[in-house]
Design a protein around this ligand. Sequence first.
Ligand code: ARG
Length: 248
Amino acid sequence: MKRIVSIILAAVMLCSTALVFTACGGSSSEKKELHMATNAFFEPYEYYKDKEIIGIDAEIAKAICDKLGYELVIDDMDFDAIITSVTSGKADFGMAGMTVTDERKKSVDFTDTYTTSTQVIIVPEKNSKVSKTDDLEKASIGVQLGTTGDIFVSDYKDAKIERFKKGADAVLALTKGKVDAVVIDKQPAEKFVKANEGIKILEEPFAEEEYAICLKKGSELTEKINGALKELKDDGTVQKIIDKYIGD
Ligand code: ARG
């Protein structure tokens, strides 16, 4: 009897050791991947080429991950889902040509900035109802939902604002005459104007915006990313990546 008991006991002990071992030892529970939340319809920052997501953000993120010894995994989602994905911990960081704003700072931390931009107005080349910023006040305006362009035009109480999931859909509405103007970041605007006939950018500069990576508040990754980012800025890598996609 005693013998049986001790055999069972030994077996139980062995099992639990094995359990503990796999649990802790699932060994590389030490994280090897970093998930980046983005909205990949924002050329030149992040966009699809065939099935791959490329662009300025994708390449800078990859360079940061290489430096820190992580594998980069890009999770594509709606722009207005990025911050929640980061605060909930589903993604490790968000990078999406995202502008640093005080409002966003209430829910996430931002790294140092890696580049700047401004909003611009895209209008039809001919017979445009909008020829200066003030004209937006009574216009119908297409924007990407949840972006700084959206926030900016939302101040115009008499404007009719159409919010789209993708910047490209706002531009499509413009080319079809369904909206009078689109307010969006400068570099994507330039790509849209190049790709579509009959639209142009108004030379009406808005305030400069800073792009940065967002992380969960208090994340210890922020400092590490800032370190890597500084090295990549100092050695010219960031500029090289930007030049590759923006050129001229
Ligand atoms: N810079 C703007 C913002 O932060 C627009 C960003 C849109 N990015 C994107 N990947 N769709 O609100």
